[in-house]
Design a protein around this ligand. Structure first.
Ligand code: PLP
Length: 400
């Protein structure tokens, strides 16, 4: 047998892969599949952003970029951090990567040794523990409870931190729950972190603009400036500007860590496509109203979806304050049998039977380390969303 690196051993295959495969199969059979599985805006990239990319390509911005980002994009990022987050980052405290995902890869590769612990609140975006494991680190999970609106409790963080902790991951607004932390919640977590000076903090703020009902999402580094030299403030253009395919994410952080991350990136990707960087700069410097309009649309869809879900006996649903997902609980449906004869013991069973029988693809909570739930993406047209909710109501109504 051919052998692969030990670091890939035990990396679980995400439940999403099986769901996606089954959805494709059903579609090929001509079934009316609705997919609420993807975490991707359904809007196009704003035309002015596409034009900036075109202009950059025609103007000859086609050579290798500086590893950590073009000066023009880094300047636009510095302005963004100052304007939107009240954060002052110098050019050598900023780096551009191939998506926010590569920021995390760079940061973890630059800091983690085997046996180190990474504290990850659940439910989590699946990449944090997976990337940590690639470097032999051990994810330590802290549950955020539905009764608390999926907000992270500072005491739970304190209970999870040990002398081996190297990172605390914070992701608010959260994927998959949409929870946002209030300034006082963040301050309480900051107070805990002050007792652990060797812990880095990843503050993943990629959904910051997608917040509803006047809620505001704060940056930890701005609220706790004394911790700023241990915080990586992660952001990107994928979600806010509907630019998932351009692969531009970025981070502000302390100079020494950014330099180490630059070293990792120099040996992996040599930096980010120059044309995509020009597009990202145009997005960040562009008018904010497009982002606000998209956020308002996600907010309206979320309201309708949550209202529909809460009318279904057996389901619960916290109201997301941000991002573009709903995360209903299905505990009340487990132990029962679907109309098609599937016994529902777990949220995986639920998601698969719902797909098989009603042709709606979702992601089971197990994929986010927090069961039994389903994640429904509201980055989907309203007609499909409402139809999916009706099918869910029928599916649950038919359980025996
Ligand atoms: N952080 C969170 C919470 C996400 O959900 C995602 C994408 O799904 C990312 C970061 C990374 O996005 P990208 O690599 O496209 O910047």
């Amino acid at each position: 047998a051919r052998s692969f690196a030990h670091r890939l051993e035990g990396l679980p295959a995400p439940a999403t892969i099986e769901m996606a495969r089954r959805a494709r199969e059903l579609r090929a059979e001509g079934r009316p599949v609705i997919s609420l599985a993807l975490g991707e805006p359904d809007f196009p990239t704003p035309p002015a952003v596409v034009e900036a990319a075109h202009a950059a390509a025609l103007a000859g911005q086609t050579k290798y970029p500086p590893v950590d980002g073009t000066p023009a994009l880094k300047a636009a990022i510095a302005r963004k951090f100052a304007r939107e987050n009240g954060l002052d980052y110098a050019p050598d405290e900023i780096m551009v990567s191939n998506g926010g995902k590569q920021v995390i890869f760079n940061a973890f590769m630059a800091t983690l040794n085997p046996g180190d612990e990474v504290v990850v609140p659940t439910p989590y975006w699946v990449s944090y523990p997976l990337i940590a494991r690639m470097f032999g680190a051990v994810p330590v999970f802290v549950p955020c409870r539905e009764e608390d609106g999926f907000r992270l409790d500072a005491e739970a963080v304190a209970a999870a931190l040990t002398p081996k902790s190297r990172w605390l991951v914070l992701n608010f607004p959260n994927n998959p729950t949409g929870a946002v932390l209030a300034a006082e919640d963040l301050q309480a977590i900051a107070a805990v972190l002050r007792q652990y000076p060797d812990v880095w903090i990843l503050s993943d703020e990629i959904y910051e603009h997608l917040v509803f009902d006047g809620v505001r999402s704060a940056s930890l580094a701005a609220l706790a400036p004394d911790l700023k030299d241990r915080i990586i403030t992660l952001n990107g253009v994928s979600k806010a500007y509907a630019m998932t395919g351009w692969r531009v994410g970025f981070a502000g952080g302390p100079k020494d860590l950014i330099a180490a991350m630059r070293g990792v990136q120099g040996n992996t990707t040599s930096g980010v496509c120059t044309i995509a960087q020009a597009a990202a700069a145009a997005a960040l410097d562009g008018p904010a109203d497009l982002v606000r309009e998209m956020a308002a649309t996600y907010g309206q869809r979320r309201q309708k979806v949550v209202d529909a879900l809460r009318r279904i006996p057996g389901l619960t649903c916290a109201m997301p304050e941000g991002a573009f997902y709903a995360y209903p609980g299905v505990a009340g449906c487990l132990g029962r049998t679907s109309a098609g004869g599937a016994r529902l013991e777990t949220d995986n069973d639920f998601a698969l039977a719902f797909l098989d029988e009603e042709y709606v693809a979702t992601v089971p909570g197990s994929a986010f380390g927090h069961s039994p739930y389903l994640r429904l993406s509201c980055a989907t047209g309203e007609a499909d969303l409402m139809e999916a909710c009706q099918r869910l109501e029928r599916f649950v109504g038919n359980l025996r």
